[in-house]
Design a protein around this ligand. Structure first.
Ligand code: 147
Length: 638
């Protein structure tokens, strides 16, 4: 037999020595926020909602997250939506706002040890002095009060997502937290890069105020990239406080799994980072929004209950189900297979009982099988080890979180073979497991669909309605109408994180094609309201979306506008109807039939235009600016 002689397999000896030094592991988390990404999970049918939550949080079932970062909603778009603030107007606090506290309660019910971390992307516009102000500090303390009242113990608090730092603000935040009874809340700075840690070297007051240095996308590649290597800087490593990869990911739930596991192991090896937060937790968003398959799972179909658990869930489980926050990395048991990054990496962590340990080996960059020998010493258990594996390079449900083998060490030593493209967890612990719940089939939302908002509680969001900018919440109807309406309740432009747009909210199935959408509107101030139809692909920022807008103002001025995801727009028709005035109810309508678009006010046709650009899409309501207009009786009929 002739051919290429086989290369000698790489072999690596790992020293699992309980006496080795290393940093403390703080845990693996994910981010619900930055934002709007968990929105539709709230409206899932109870059975599937519970299954999805189990896959994310239930110990021994799925991702088994050890931490959860929550967006502190600021009424402005933070990527895939606008999360509601607890305080739309100064002094009026509603601790039931939005879905983050609900999500945290669900996480805590499944894992009482999960740790919570709050971070703001945007903030309400009543705040004086910009984000780095005393108003914001007081606002964050109000949010902590809501968290406490809602049974969500918050351990970590950040500043402003990816907007750098103001050292004096963090110093003042520390003092204010202490004075308000939150001395146990640890400050993370600055959810951007490592500059804050560098500055702390020559600013002891700042250094004393901060407990953790959290930087974003410290592993190469970031948004859609590979994360082959990670970095922090020497000042951050010399500082002594924990270093966190406080946001990383932005990867498809399946193809992102190799980068996810690399960021965890190489985050420690290359950058001494002891925590990893995946962005985002879940893509519970409409499929026409950006990042619709990015997260640990997807849940974009609340009417059908369909969901998908991604390989990112199983890559996460390979760490979370085999460790606990507070365990220690063992530096002697952590490194590159065969001394080279191209073969893969391994980290070893020991339990707080100084006996159990887990070695995580990833071979995502390897091209051949390798041999790994583990020598156990320094008081660690020499008992049987259990080997679990996930094929992350070519994921399938059958090859995810598989209990592959059990090995009994001989004289504290054992050898196993690892295949390329995998993550292995080699552990003395038990209790791991893989959930078995399955998703129903996906289906479109059937028409006709309507909501008169009567069953929506005051200050909460209407079913399926997903805010993109501003905040739309149920309120008792005004101006002579009884019952519940939906009101745009963000009265002034927020302190934004992403660019401004009109305040608007989307609902429905992107596959809807020919339909009539109607909504009653009450202009509460002078200005223009919008009815949106055939809303399709959205790109960033949120105003860049393929859709048609029917705009009508209190003066009666109207227009039909075609808006593109590129950001450009064209007015298809415009004119004037009888003045709508303010403080009275009117009905706006849009009918799409093939290429014909008909706009109506109070049942009378205002205009018919022909346009063939967008042939299907969702509906939406909005205002041009931030008026607190009211909407009622949304109907979509085929
Ligand atoms: C992050 C934001 O913090 C998230 O809210 C979300 O918008 C996410 C989408 O990818 O983006 O910001 C990033 C900042 C830096 C990188 C990637 C995302 N990066 O350098 O690759």
């Amino acid at each position: 037999v002739s051919g290429t002689p086989a290369r000698a397999a790489t072999s690596t000896t790992i020293s699992a020595n309980g006496n080795s030094g290393g940093r403390t592991f703080d845990g693996i988390g994910a981010i619900s926020g930055g934002g709007g990404n968990s929105r539709l999970l709230r409206d899932y049918p109870a059975a599937q909602q519970s299954q999805i939550l189990d896959y994310l949080f239930k110990p021994g079932y799925g991702a088994d997250l050890q931490m959860l970062k929550l967006e502190i909603g600021g009424d402005a778009n933070s990527t895939d939506g606008s999360e509601p603030s607890i305080e739309h107007t100064r002094g009026v606090v509603n601790c039931n706002a939005g879905y983050e506290f609900w999500l945290a309660q669900q996480a805590k019910a499944r894992n009482p040890n999960i740790a919570f971390y709050g971070l703001a992307w945007a903030a309400p516009g009543w705040i004086n002095g910009g984000f780095w102000s005393t108003d914001t500090i007081n606002y964050l303390i109000s949010w902590l009060g809501c968290a406490k009242a809602d049974g969500v113990p918050v351990t970590y608090l950040g500043g402003w997502n990816e907007r750098g730092y103001d050292a004096n603000w963090y110093i003042n935040l520390r003092t204010a937290l202490n004075n308000a009874g939150y001395s146990g809340v640890k400050i993370v700075a600055d959810d951007s890069g490592w500059d804050a840690a560098d500055a702390a070297a020559s600013n002891s007051a700042f250094n004393n105020a901060v407990s953790i240095w959290g930087a974003h996308y410290s592993c190469q590649g970031g948004d859609g990239g590979n994360a082959n290597t990670c970095s922090s800087d020497s000042a951050a490593q010399a500082n002594g406080k924990p270093l966190w990869d406080s946001e990383q990911g932005s990867q498809d739930m399946n193809t992102g799994a190799p980068a996810l596991i690399r960021a965890i192991t190489r985050g420690y090896l290359d950058a001494k980072m002891v925590s990893y937060f995946n962005w985002p937790l879940i893509a519970a968003i409409y499929p026409n929004l950006p990042y619709a398959t990015v997260g640990l799972a997807t849940a974009g179909s609340p009417w059908s209950g369909a969901y998908t658990i991604g390989a990112n869930t199983w890559a996460t489980a390979q760490v979370t189900q085999f460790t606990q926050p507070g365990w220690k990395f063992l530096d002697a048991g952590s490194g590159y297979l065969g001394g080279s990054e191209s073969n893969g990496t391994y980290v070893t962590l020991k339990s707080t009982n100084n006996s159990d340990y887990t070695t995580i080996v990833e071979t995502t960059t390897a091209s051949a099988a390798q041999s790994v020998t583990i020598n156990v010493s320094g008081g660690l258990s020499t008992g049987q080890v259990h080997v679990w594996s996930t094929n992350v390079n070519n994921p399938s449900s059958g090859s995810s979180l598989v209990h592959a083998q059990d090995i009994t060490p001989s004289n504290g030593s054992y050898t196993l073979t690892v295949q390329p493209g995998y993550v292995y967890s080699i552990t003395t612990t038990t209790g791991q497991g893989k959930g078995t719940a399955t998703s129903p089939a996906n289906a479109a939302l059937a028409l006709p669909y309507s909501d008169n908002f009567e069953s929506t509680a005051t200050n909460t969001e209407a079913k399926y309605l997903s805010d993109m900018q501003g905040s739309f919440e149920a309120q008792p109807c005004a101006d002579g109408r009884s019952g519940q309406c939906v009101q745009q309740v963000t009265p002034v432009i927020p302190i934004e994180w992403q660019n401004d747009s009109d305040a608007f909210s989307l609902i429905g199935d992107p596959t809807w094609s020919n339909y009539t959408v109607k909504v009653d509107v009450d202009l509460r101030q002078a200005g223009t309201a919008e009815l949106l139809g055939r809303a399709g692909t959205q790109s960033r920022p949120q105003g860049n979306q393929n859709l048609y807008k029917f705009r009508v103002s209190n003066t009666g001025a109207w227009s039909i506008v075609k808006n593109y995801s590129s950001g450009s727009s064209t007015t298809l028709a415009s004119g004037t109807v009888g003045a709508l005035g303010t403080g009275s109810w009117h009905t706006l309508g849009l009918t799409f039939q093939g290429t014909q678009i008909t706009a109506t006010v109070d049942g009378g046709t205002v205009s018919t235009v022909n346009d063939s650009t967008f042939l299907s899409g969702q509906v939406g309501i909005g205002v041009v600016g931030y008026q607190t207009d009211m909407f009622d009786n949304l109907t979509i009929t085929p």
